[in-house]
Design a protein around this ligand. Structure first.
Ligand code: P6P
Length: 332
């Protein structure tokens, strides 16, 4: 694969990989690319202007909205609305989905997007990397009518594309259309994303486990057994614990180095903390495309039948052999 390929060139070269495409993938990914550059700029200067810290309101889940959350949400909605290829959007920051039926034209658009505009935003104040997660479906409701809830409550295996932007030591956009996972790194001087990680795959084995062990007491028994298995690594397994508290950063590191991310049910989150539609499904799509696995401990994430826009699920995702071993402990 030629080096120095830009994201735009890559999309054009792979346009045929996007089903039903008539340039719609490039337009969708270009909208996300544009919005991610704007958010990246704001995230990078967050400490310098009065944009860090809580917005003073709460989102659909009663969580304090960080100002950058609100800004990122607005930037992505605007960028996606302007491209006239989606008929609606659901966001972690919005109670209900948004219909782009500002004019009947929007109702003829064939796609919908679900997005977590700035995941891990509580880390912003302490200068830890955060991320944007997006998930794209073809609408199932009638063309010409406004988007319906059924368009957003599709199973994860119906996704036509998914990805994330990680605003870290460098800013990367990583996405899949079902033909592998490809990572692009932003050259901030040029404002251009370059293909830096073609065809990303989990290493065959992994030795990193990522979990908030502060919740240990309330974990399911099988998760406790798995953690003890990893910690017995002092004997003959080189396991190590790494937890950033930002899903995208933990997932991205585990994808490159090999590892498993775990967010089980806990006392405060009996159904797990992560949201199925705009966190677990897109990450699960990427994980499977990279040769990994994602389950709720008993069922493939991409096969879960969604019931609500903001529903939460327990989430275990990473190297297939690590997820299989965890499931073995949960099945005991
Ligand atoms: P805890 C961020 O709020 C997030 O949704 C994920 O990005 C992250 O992995 C998790 O929650 C951290 O949750 O309970 O460990 O602080």
């Amino acid at each position: 694969m030629p080096t120095n390929l830009t994201l735009g060139e890559f999309i054009i070269q792979n346009q045929e990989h996007f089903p039903y495409s008539s340039g719609e993938l490039s337009s969708l990914i270009n909208a996300i690319r544009l919005a991610s550059k704007t958010v990246n700029h704001e995230v990078n200067k967050a400490g310098l202007v009065d944009i860090v810290g809580a917005h003073g309101e709460t989102n659909a889940h009663g969580e304090d909205q960080q100002k950058l959350d609100v800004l990122a949400n607005r930037v992505f909605i605007k960028a996606l609305q302007n491209r006239e290829i989606i008929c609606g959007l659901a966001s972690e920051e919005e109670d209900d989905f948004i219909n782009f039926d500002i004019d009947s034209k929007a109702n003829n658009n064939k796609y919908i997007v679900l997005i977590d505009p700035l995941d891990g935003s509580s880390n912003i104040d302490v200068n830890v990397s955060v991320g944007t997660i997006f998930s794209i479906y073809r609408r199932v409701s009638k063309l010409g009518a406004p988007a319906q809830m059924e368009d957003f409550l599709q199973k994860g295996h119906a996704q036509v594309a998914a990805g994330y932007v990680v605003y870290g030591t460098s800013t990367m956009l990583v996405y899949t259309t079902g033909k592998g996972v490809h990572g692009f790194t932003l050259n901030p001087a040029l404002g251009t994303f370059y293909l830096s990680h073609p065809d990303m795959k989990f290493p065959k084995s992994g030795s990193i486990y990522s979990i908030n062990e502060g919740n240990y007491f309330h974990f399911p028994e099988g998760v406790k057994l798995y953690i003890k298995y990893c910690q017995a690594s002092g004997v003959n397994r080189p396991y190590t614990s790494r937890y950033i508290g930002s899903l995208i950063s933990d997932f991205h590191r585990n994808l490159i180095k090999g590892g498993i991310y775990l967010y089980p049910s806990t006392k405060n989150h009996p159904n797990g903390k992560l949201r199925l539609l705009y966190e677990c499904n897109p990450i699960a799509f990427l994980a499977e495309q990279a040769g990994g696995k994602a389950t709720n401990g008993y069922k493939r994430i991409l096969d879960i039948n969604p019931k609500q826009l903001h529903q939460r699920v327990p989430f275990y995702c990473g190297n297939t052999e690590m997820v299989n071993r965890l499931e073995g402990f949960l099945a005991q």
